[in-house]
Design a protein. Sequence first.
Lengths: 199, 645, 102
Amino acid sequence: METLIFALFAALALGSAIVVITHKSPIYSTLSLVLTLFSMAVLFVLLGAPFLGALQILVYAGAIVVLFLFVIMLLNVQKEETAHIDRGAQLWTALLGVAVFLGMFWLAFWRTGLRLGDSAPPAITQELVSLKGLAAELFGAYLLPFEMVGLLLLVAVIGATVAARRPGEAGSLQEEGIYASGEPLGEPAPPTPRKEANR
Amino acid sequence: MLQLLWLIPILPFLGAAINGVLGKKFPKPLVTAVALGAPFLSLLLALGCLWEFSQGSQDSFELTKYMWTTGDLSIPVAFLLDHLSAVMLFIITFVGFLIHVYSVGYMAHEEGYRRYFAYLNLFMCAMLLLVLGNNYLVMFVGWEGVGLCSYLLIGFYYDQPFPPYAGKKAFIVNRIGDFAFLVGMFALFANFGSLTYQDVLPKIVANPGLVTIPYVGSFSLASFVALCFFIGAMGKSAQIPLYVWLPDAMAGPTPVSALIHAATMVTAGVYMVVRSNAIYQLAPGVSLFVAVIGALTAIFAATIGIAQTDIKKVLAYSTVSQLGYMFLAAGLGAYSAALFHVMTHAFFKALLFLGSGSVIHAMSGDQDMDHMGGLKKWMPITRWTYLIGTLAIAGIPGFAGFFSKDEILHAAAANGQWILWAVGLITAGMTAFYMFRSYYLTFEGEFRGTHEQEHHLHESPPSMTIPLCILAVGAVVSGWVGLPKLVSAVNHFHHWLEPVIASPGGVSPAEHEMGSGAEAGLIAIAVLVAVAGWLAARSAYGGNKGLATGNAWAARIPVLHRLLLNKWYVDEIYDVLIVRPLAALSRFFWKAIDTFVIDGAINAGAFLTELTGDVGRFTTTGNVRNYALYFFLGVILLFWWVAFG
Amino acid sequence: MSAVPISWYLLLSAVLFGIGAIGALTRRNGISIFLSVELMLNAANLTLVAYARQLGSHTGQVIVFFVMAVAAAEAAVGLALFIAVFRQRHTIDVNRMNLMRW
């Protein structure tokens, strides 16, 4: 039974992942990602971490993906503006790189003794699944990182707010002269001719 | 007092240091006080030490100050006062001090007054180290030091082009000799493990077989060392073929020529040979070579001196010639005769040089005898002292040079070396001729210079004339300590030096005797030749004849005269044979190897770096995805290193 | 119930990571790149949870917790930057953002 569930949702995850990276429209990619995240959540539950599964849906699928969709809508990213994956050097180098990477993974994990083989994992204990256990660890040994992550989120909020401000508002980046002019930069400007009279 | 022996070289060094470092801030009298005070104190100390030494019964006194150790090499920094170094010590401190006093007057108007005295004091230190050292290495330190000071003082007028060139020439030619000297020292050290005189020389004397075994080819160790040392002496004491620096060294101030290139530095080679007489006695072939070179140099330089018109050049070539005499004596085994001549020569040559300096001073710097004449009217003291010097060098009986030169000729005759005797005799005649020529051209006859020079002619100040007088006394008296057997049964000088002259294997140096009749005859011949030279000079240049007769004689032998005037073109020959090929080789090394290979390699490195940059900049495409790819590839490498490295 | 060996989870995670990497390197659309990055992060999360199960420890789950928080922060800031760039360039095609060319 477990194997069945695993096979089903693994296949789903893989399929939707491939759609994520290949589809022309960003909206479809995002929605595909949601499907992938759902499958991952199920796999988390299967692995004895139901809390994380729930968290996955809440945070990832519920917040982050929504954020993505907002931005896509905001920027009105058109289907036409995107293109397929570029053919050419970039693609082949990427495929090669990934192949090498995976090969190294295989070498590292399978050959160097970290293999786990086909042995069955230990059974899921009540302890493992319990939220209490997780919370104890989180607020116990990892209290400091927890607080720091909170700080990090604060910083992220501030940063996002500042970065995304409309140009022209008080204290905006434009006013501070970070962008030279209000015009879109487009192509790099041609070098201005020097008007020295050094004959 | 003898315990203070080490102060004798140190005091002039301190004088040089004080004047050199702080002297710029001193008023001139203070500079003079320091510059004169140091050699004067050294002189007093030297006299005190000599007195104490002569009163004692030892033959030598050693004082070790310090052991100079590197690795397993240990050389003592030590001083030795024995009969030989006592003579040199006296000459150096006494004549040196007089020349310092003279320089006060001579250099009074010079810009580089302080610098001059600093160098001169430094020279005194180095020369004293040379003669007082108790081993060859301390001697070598002094040897190099006097070479350095010679360079500094010859090139004293560095704003003119020639003096620095002359200084360089002196230093470089000396270097050739120094190299040979070093090789000799190495050979000696390798075989004896020590360079101290009292270690090595007595061993050689006791067991001559140590050094007579073949060492290099068919040369025995003694021959090899003796030859190497003599090549060093060739350089320092201006023998053929390394004499060419000494005439050009006249570019330095005249007191420098007097002190360094007449009285002291150039005699270092003779001192070294006499010190090593044990080795030379066991190397008869090399000794004969020394004598031959000495004789050749003597006559060769005398021929050049006849034709020169610059008064200092005449004296320079006469110095080379007299040095030849000293080596002639040393080569024949007459070591005390050689040293005797060193002493008398120091007095009369210094006298002659200082006298010429007085003349040049009065002539406002003009050294050409063609412009001089009749100076006896204005400069009586200079004239009489110069005349005494001339009589001394010509070998006129009663004056110092006669006694020492006579001993040398006697040594040649007594050893059966009649050719060398003849060469010495002819040279004596030439010496008398050209020295009296210089006297007559300078002091007698009519003045041939310009009117301005005439107005300027005056006798020199007492700071210059008093040393002249003292030296004149020396030029007469110093010969009386070495009277020939005809006159006195005991030759005091020879007797004084006996402890230093070795008798290797129990055989004392060949001292063949001649009958007193033969000896008297030879002395008479020598005197006749000297007087003949004098009279020839007088007939050519004496009275009011001036240059006329001399020029007439020169006109009759134009080719020979030109050869002599141009010093047999030796400098030009050296230039073509040695200097130019070396310069061309250096240029090759510069252009081909230094510029092309070495600089090229460096430039190639820079070029490669630039190339890398020029090519590498294409990785900065500005394209974010490329950067992401590099990122990813980097992560792969990192993973590889962590997992498998 | 036969349990699924952990190694299968690891294999799945590696493949997902690879897919995400290809996507991140080859897409032209900035948003799509971000999506691929999120995919990679998720693959890593899967590995961590798998090991947490294998070793019976909560540590892996705690790390996943943190990773999610950081991913959220990163997504927020990154999208804000995209907005800012879009305002100037009117495009989010990363090929057009090449001021740093040689």
